[in-house]
Design a protein around this ligand. Sequence first.
Ligand code: FMN
Length: 81
Amino acid sequence: MSKTLVAYFSASGVTAKVADMLAKAINADLYEIAPEVPYTKADLNWMDKKSRSSREVFPKISSEHGLKELYKRSFRYEKIN
Ligand SMILES: Cc1cc2nc3c(=O)[nH]c(=O)nc-3n(C[C@H](O)[C@H](O)[C@H](O)COP(=O)(O)O)c2cc1C
């Protein structure tokens, strides 16, 4: 057992590959954070503001307007198109 842990969540496998490479490079243990209910392809469609993943990232933001307001507050932009 290593004293270092690389814990990762990967929806599509991209982050999993990088986490695996990192863990090997630094001789760390590897742990996958897996959702209780697996994501479907539709769940992961981040272009769809109403998909499960979009709703989980921005639970209270359902409208395009609300999303832009959140970005403005988070990143301090005055205008977002
Ligand atoms: C919830 C979610 C949000 C995402 N948001 C963006 C984004 O804003 N811009 C982008 O270029 N890619 C976005 N992606 C695409 C991921 O960055 C890309 O698919 C990445 O390869 C995912 O790797 P992973 O599933 O191993 O974490 C998003 C993917 C998910 C699941």
